[in-house]
Write a new protein. Structure first.
Length: 132
């Protein structure tokens, strides 16, 4: 069972990275694309720097897509091992006596944690497309 904050030998890096929210990779990629566009508009900046930043932004978005697909393919392996919510409670199951993490967040809170970054990412994509 992977523990947060501890280095474990023998754990594949793909298993650790796949659990990060891939929406963050998309947001970072969009930010790099927008920064690259702003640098292209600036006459005092060399164009190769702007193209380099835009290229890395596209690569970051490709990583986000990879992690999103990897997680969708392997969701059954990760569903019991990891909880994305920070506000989980450790409870003891009365039938088995085993401890388990239980997420007691309400559905509107969970929806907000996903809908706000998705909306920001979509807005950023439209902004980048408008400035091409």
């Amino acid at each position: 069972l992977p523990c947060r904050g501890h280095i474990q030998e023998g754990v594949s890096p793909q298993l650790i990275m796949a659990r990060r929210d891939s929406i963050m990779w998309f947001m970072m990629g969009i930010a790099q694309l927008l920064i690259g566009n702003a640098l292209l508009a600036d006459e005092n900046t060399a164009n190769w720097i702007a193209y380099l930043i835009q290229g890395t932004g596209g690569g970051t978005m490709a990583l986000g897509l990879y992690f999103l697909m990897f997680l969708a393919r392997n969701e059954t392996e990760f569903s019991e091992l990891y909880s994305k919510a920070e506000k989980t409670i450790l409870q003891t199951n009365p039938e088995t006596g085993r401890k388990q993490l239980v997420d007691n967040s309400s559905k509107p809170v969970k929806a907000a944690w996903y809908s706000i970054p998705v909306a920001i990412t979509i807005f950023g994509m439209f902004q980048w497309l408008a400035t091409i």
